[in-house]
Write a protein that binds this ligand. Sequence first.
Ligand code: SF4
Length: 165
Amino acid sequence: MNDKRADVVNGISRGGPRIISWNITLRCPLRCAHCYVDAGELEAEGVLSTGEACAVIDQICETGKPIVVLSGGEPLLRDDVFTIARYGTDRGLRMAMGSSGYLLDKNTAVRLKDSGIRTVAISLDSADPVIARFIPRHPRRMGKSGPGDQELPVTRESMSRSTCR
Ligand code: SF4
């Protein structure tokens, strides 16, 4: 068993969680009919600051070494998401991300990898644009000029760069 796997197993044997999915924002550029957190333009009241998020990571480390999935809302809307990911990585956690992929481009994928994010799970409604059109998931016009109805800009390259196992 390698060291990181042993950390997870030891955490579980101490009663700690194996995986934590953490909604670090409730903002999102999309408007999905099926959104279970009703994400949108407004941030949640009392959302954690960068320092508070790092303090939560410190508390998580006291439970063991679970996998921590930064999610939302759209986590890439937080400017400090790379700082939070790096902090968790440096504390020995396996950091991951759940994203719509809407804001993911090559540069962002490289920054994610550099911050230690190990895996990015991207939700795709369908690989078939005809089927995807039947799923009510539309860009939200945040601010003055939002994106129009378009294909999600998730490229094969950015996906392969950001999905690092
Ligand atoms: S992409 Fe996810 S967080 Fe955003 S509106 Fe859709 S379901 Fe909600």
